[in-house]
Design a protein around this ligand. Structure first.
Ligand code: B12
Ligand code: SF4
Length: 491
């Protein structure tokens, strides 16, 4: 039984996620969710976001040396965030050698045993933190046994790694209100589409689909749970009235998994006249394809400004290999209907997956161009060069094709496109992929380029379109000029 008037201090750390987090503005929701039950029970929680404090070493030393500190929790996904977390753990170990360093988040959940082998990991937690961390903190604070609590992996006294039972999934409606005040929210407000300040939120967890590149299969075992519509509306109101948000970024894996629940939330926004702008809700193309115009209108009227339509490929063969369970025809239909209703579609694409051919990648670029031509308001990022992540179907396929992946926690800190060795990519295919990546960045130049790059981008966009239409990727001397223009702009 957990007490409700606990005392003691817990330090929670959010290491820098890596170079892709250029603007450093996304609020660390994982930390907030882990902190919520602790704060509700009376623990004092200090949170440190490495991105927001240039003198983070001194701040961290002071935090962990505070009398009454029980332990330190570090959150990490796979990739450079691990390397940055290890830098933080080194400071903790030096400043407070007796404190337990506990890791959680997506990566420790996917590979708990390997994580627990690292000397700066005392305990690796797996699964959703609310179901694991509060009981562990309480046991540590009160000197009670913790070794059999669910969701833990650690080195036992015999030197062997031990993993306890699977934790239960927490009831989302029972999670106490998020203690936003552990962060300075002014640092995390983003203005989307030139509108007022927006903050992120998740209203559900998981997804029942099976995309070959996604963590869902392993982390949530293809399950989905959502907060009740009333709780979601209450959280929207809190973000608006207490923290001045005019918009919300919905970071759910699949906000619309339960069609009725999503509709109830949207209707609630209208009925309560909440007037928030909603951005980037993840939405599958097949879901939108099967939604009638009244449903799209409800989305629009409730305040949805952009929908993130994870498309990933423009070749039906790739979509099939990717287990995406959507078709290009559905995406084209949805693209036209979203344009008509006035919701901006945001698309993401990737290339270089195991088994993909040059022809398939060219189809993806041609498809991106078609989406932009048929819906000039659509937002398209450049094609992302694919990296397989542990626990995914593509990761298994890449291994079968001979790729060798890190065997240590530290090694995963180098896991990004520039450092991973995707042995199934020949040097000429790699060169082609880089060219495809460059060209794809010029399909949609609206709002992307600034300063000197703006006229360059507009002019080159025409060349890029010509190249995509003609499948002409082999001799591209202009890429040197683009690189030079970018360098000039940075100088
Ligand atoms: C926002 C986001 C980002 C942000 C940064 C996140 C941040 N806050 O700093 C940005 C945009 C920078 C980003 C970048 C990337 N991301 Co990202 N991102 C997300 C997203 C959409 C939401 C994260 C979130 O807030 N979730 C909500 C919280 C509540 O969940 P959570 O963090 O997992 O926390 C829970 C548990 O993990 C655990 N927990 C978390 N921390 C801790 C700490 C302790 C001590 C304990 C006990 C437990 C615990 O408890 C929490 C509550 O249950 C997720 C998908 C998702 N829906 O989660 C992908 C996701 C995390 N990203 C992913 C990926 C792959 C990337 C990129 C590599 C993408 C790419 N190809 O560009 C880059 C990597 C960065 C880089 N190299 O530069 C993958 C990670 C897979 C993996 N193996 O780690 C995810 C899961 C998406 C997916 N579908 O696969 N991302
Ligand atoms: S639909 Fe989205 S969240 Fe669901 S499995 Fe596919 S990529 Fe992951």
């Amino acid at each position: 039984m957990l007490t409700s008037t606990a005392t003691g201090h817990v330090v929670l750390l959010h290491p820098h996620p890596g170079p892709k987090d250029k603007d450093c503005h996304i609020l660390p929701l994982g930390i907030l969710y882990v902190a919520a039950p602790l704060v509700a029970r009376g623990y004092e929680v200090s949170a440190l976001d490495q991105r927001k404090d240039s003198d983070w070493r001194s701040t961290l030393r002071a935090m962990v040396q505070r009398p009454g500190t029980i332990c330190v929790g570090i959150s990490t996904m796979t990739g450079p965030q691990i390397a940055h977390g290890i830098d933080m753990a080194k400071v903790v170990r030096e400043a407070a050698p007796d404190l337990k360093i506990i890791w959680g988040g997506v990566h420790p959940s996917l590979l708990p045993e390997q994580t627990a082998e690292h000397p700066l990991v005392d305990i690796a937690c797996f699964g959703e933190g609310e179901a694991v961390f509060p009981a562990l903190v309480e046991a540590l604070a009160e000197g009670k046994p913790w070794h059999d609590l669910p969701g833990l992996c650690y080195r036992g006294e015999d030197g062997k790694i031990r993993k306890t039972s699977e934790p239960d999934a927490p009831d989302l409606d029972q999670i106490p209100p998020l203690p936003y005040k552990i962060f300075d929210l002014d640092h995390y407000k983003v203005s989307a589409l030139r509108s007022g300040p927006s903050l992120p939120m998740v209203t559900s967890r998981g997804c029942r689909f099976r995309c070959a590149y996604c963590y869902i299969q392993e982390f949530f075992k293809r399950t989905w749970r959502g907060l009740s519509p009333d709780k979601v509306i209450a959280e929207f109101l809190r973000l608006r009235d207490e923290f001045g948000a005019e918009g919300v970024f919905l970071l759910d894996d699949f906000f619309f998994q339960n069609r009725k629940r999503a509709a109830d939330i949207l209707q609630g926004l209208i009925d309560h006249n909440i007037k928030l702008n909603l951005y980037n809700a993840n939405c599958r193309a097949d879901f939108l394809y099967r939604s009638d115009d009244a449903y799209l209108k409800l989305m629009h009227d409730a305040g949805i400004k952009t929908l993130f339509v994870g498309t990933e490929a423009g070749s039906d063969l790739t979509l099939k290999e990717m287990l995406k369970d959507i078709t290009t025809e559905q995406v084209l239909d949805v693209n036209r209907r979203l344009a008509a209703i006035g919701i901006k579609a945001v698309y993401s694409f990737m290339a270089g997956m195991p088994g993909e051919s040059e022809e398939q990648v060219m189809e993806t670029l041609a498809f991106m161009l078609r989406l932009k031509r048929e819906n000039p308001g659509a937002m398209l990022y450049k094609v992302c060069l694919f990296v397989p992540f542990p626990g995914t179907e593509y990761f298994n396929r890449a291994k079968e094709m001979g790729c060798v992946f890190p065997e240590t926690f530290e090694g995963w800190g180098n896991h990004d496109y520039n450092r991973v060795n995707l042995s199934y990519l020949t040097p000429s295919f790699k060169k082609f992929l880089h060219r495809a990546e460059e060209i794809s960045a010029f399909i949609d130049v609206d709002g992307k380029a600034t300063g000197l790059m703006k006229p360059v981008a507009r002019a080159y966009s025409r060349v890029a379109q010509y190249r995509i239409d003609k499948k002409s990727y082999h001799f591209m001397p202009e890429l040197g000029l683009i690189k030079a223009a970018r360098a000039l702009q940075r100088a």
